[in-house]
Write a protein that binds this ligand. Structure first.
Ligand code: BG6
Length: 487
């Protein structure tokens, strides 16, 4: 009983949140490079210059005005530009991961570091060289890379000129990028994920948005499904050893009351928010309830015969997901709404505690999710993100006593173990942000997840020096004992 021998323990990151070096060695910009910092209550802004040369800002759901172009403006700070400068610190950071005993490290490849605009015929050799160096360094320490091909960073050029993923022209461009990754890093990387939290596109849209937003969002998703499936097929052809997964933003939904209408709503949330993407990527076709979801917003998808064939041929080998929270839903009026990971409108659950950013901490929800998903797909699972974003205090002697983080992770590992004991075939656990990095949601540094502290602050100041928190030593013990010693 317990985690099997060879279980992969480690941490997870994303290129745009940690690498920095946003315009070095030929890298092109991504949307994150024109996105400012925000806070728990103030949204990040995307900056642009309009057709008359005036600066302006947008939030994520707003569209770029006609004739405008994205731009870096003088008066703003862009936290992703420097990230935590992993680009220049990767050796030191990997050494620290190795000291904790990591057997896996999840990272992503920045598309625009390989293809700066997305359109080039040949990849940027400096970008290839950087990732090859990182993979070699990981291998030197017996750490298996787990690589996300797309983690929220389409080249800005494709966003602006081609209208992002709602345009199916992105499919072959992504496939070219994925093929380059599989070819160049063959033998160095075996575990791949195609699109990070692919379901966010739909989950993030409030129900009352005009139909045109849903039309675009479902088409965006469809194009990513096809791109993912084509990439999976090619990845297997290039190296049959490759194991390729989907990546879903995992949220455990609960009905808030026992009103049957809430039970039905809860089922609907699972279908729309969680199963819709998993079903397509694992079963290779759209589920029956998809038509109902499209009809709600008069969505008419552009699906070709070739798409249908591709979806069939490119099902994933593993189901991977992030898990931070559960969410309660109801048809009844509520006063107490909570925040969440890329979603809105949960209801406060009296049995749970909430982080400083309003995210519910629910370890039992992780067991529920693991067992539910394993029953449905019967294929190996990986928890590729889990963690607590919290304020850390550096004591005078430099120590950081993050018992709240240890407590959160301990409880989740315990329930994960229960799922494993109940028969779930779980291969890996990578906590989010093993080293502090820029928050995706808020752009903050002060929302820290790491076992390793990074001296960088929201005003851009700091030395980038790394230091160990209490959780560093705790996680080392957890890994050494294969998840047995959680004290
Ligand atoms: C997931 C993303 O949504 O959650 C990560 O895959 C992100 O990129 C993580 O950083 C935590 O969210 P946040 O907003 O606290 O950084």
């Amino acid at each position: 009983m317990g985690f099997k021998k060879g279980f992969l323990w480690g941490g997870a990151t994303a290129a745009n949140q940690l690498e920095g070096a946003w315009n070095l060695d030929g890298r092109g910009p991504a949307l994150t490079d024109v996105t400012t910092g925000g806070t728990a209550t103030e949204a990040r802004k995307i900056t642009y210059i309009d057709k008359d040369g005036n600066p302006g800002t947008l939030t994520r759901l707003e569209k770029l005005p006609e004739g405008a172009h994205y731009a870096v403006l003088d008066d703003y700070l862009y936290p992703n530009h420097d990230g935590i400068d992993f680009y220049h610190h990767y050796k030191e950071d990997i050494e620290l991961f190795a000291e904790m005993g990591f057997s896996v490290f999840r990272m992503s490849i920045s598309w625009s570091r390989i293809y700066p605009t997305g359109l080039e015929e040949e990849p940027n050799q400096k970008g290839i060289e950087f990732y090859r160096n990182v993979f070699n360094e990981l291998r030197k320490h017996n750490i298996e890379p787990l690589v996300t091909i797309w983690h929220f960073d389409t080249p800005l050029y494709l966003e602006e000129k081609l209208g992002d993923w709602k345009n199916r022209e992105l499919i072959p461009l992504f496939v070219k990028f994925a093929k380059t990754c599989f070819t160049e890093f063959k033998g160095l990387v075996k575990y791949w994920l195609t699109f990070n939290e692919i379901n966010n596109t739909i989950n993030f849209l409030p129900d009352n948005m005009p139909d045109e937003y849903f039309q675009e969002a479902y088409q965006h998703l469809h194009n990513q499904f096809v791109a993912s499936a084509k990439a999976v097929k090619i990845g297997h052809e290039i190296d049959p050893e490759n194991k390729i997964g989907c990546m879903i933003c995992g949220i455990t939904y609960y009905p808030h009351t026992d009103d049957p209408k809430d039970i039905l709503l809860n089922r609907y949330k699972w279908e729309k928010g969680i199963f819709y993407c998993g079903d397509v990527q694992c079963f290779g076709k759209y589920p029956t309830y998809a038509q109902k979801l499209w009809d709600e917003h008069n969505v008419k998808l552009d699906i070709t015969e070739d798409d249908i064939q591709s979806l069939k041929e490119g099902t994933v080998d593993i189901y991977t997901f992030s898990y931070y929270m559960s969410m309660s839903v109801t048809t009844h009026p509520v006063e107490d709404e909570t925040a969440g990971n890329m979603v809105r409108g949960g209801i406060k659950n009296q049995y749970l505690t909430y982080s400083d950013w309003g995210w519910a901490s629910d370890p039992d929800g992780l067991q529920y999710y693991l067992e539910m998903i394993y029953d449905r797909y019967e294929r190996p699972l990986m928890v590729v993100e889990n963690g607590l974003g919290a304020y850390d205090k550096v004591e005078e002697d430099g120590s950081i006593h993050d018992d709240y983080r240890i407590d959160y992770l301990r409880k989740h590992i315990k329930t994960m173990k229960k799922a494993v004991d109940n028969g779930v075939d779980l291969w890996a656990y990578t906590t989010w942000g093993p080293i502090d990095l820029v928050s995706a949601g808020t752009g903050e540094m002060r929302k820290r997840y790491g076992f390793i502290y990074v001296d960088k602050h929201d005003d851009g100041s700091g030395t980038m020096a790394r230091s160990k928190k209490d959780s560093f030593y705790w996680y080392k013990k957890v890994i050494e004992s294969n998840g047995e010693d959680l004290d």
